[in-house]
Design a protein around this ligand. Structure first.
Ligand code: 5GP
Ligand code: ZN
Length: 113
């Protein structure tokens, strides 16, 4: 079985895509935890944050830049939003292809559960 998010990146599995370019793709989370909840992923498969290499630095930065641009377009940038990337079991990772959660549109609690 191919990785779920690789399949979404290749568009062999459908997703509600917000933005994509050669490097990244952003789509709505299937189970949104806030009024605005989308994921930004690299098209390249990277399993967890622990698998990042120095040469991934600009790609990783592009995830945040893309998140900011979409948050701005969605009108949540000024009120604020949260970026989350879970790593492995204790971090709550369930899909093993790194993805940046962007959550906004309501006041979020801190600390997380
Ligand atoms: P994690 O728990 O790994 O940090 O986050 C995985 C996220 O992917 C969850 O928020 C979950 O709702 C979302 N997700 C899982 N499967 C799919 C899917 O098939 N399509 C979309 N759009 N999101 C998914
Ligand atoms: Zn993958």
């Amino acid at each position: 079985m191919e990785c779920l998010f690789c399949s979404i990146a290749k568009q062999t599995i459908p997703a509600d895509i917000i933005y994509q370019d050669d490097d990244v793709i952003a789509f709505h989370d299937i189970a949104p935890q806030a009024p605005n909840h989308f994921l930004v992923i690299p098209k390249k498969h990277i399993t967890t944050i622990n698998d990042l290499e120095p040469e991934d630095a600009s790609l990783f930065g592009k995830l945040a830049i893309t998140a900011k641009q979409i948050a701005t377009a969605q009108g949540i940038a000024d009120n604020g939003y949260r970026l989350v990337m879970n790593c492995n079991e204790d971090g709550g990772q369930t899909v093993y292809h790194i993805h940046l959660h962007v959550l906004g549109g309501r006041k979020l609690q801190w600390p997380p559960g």
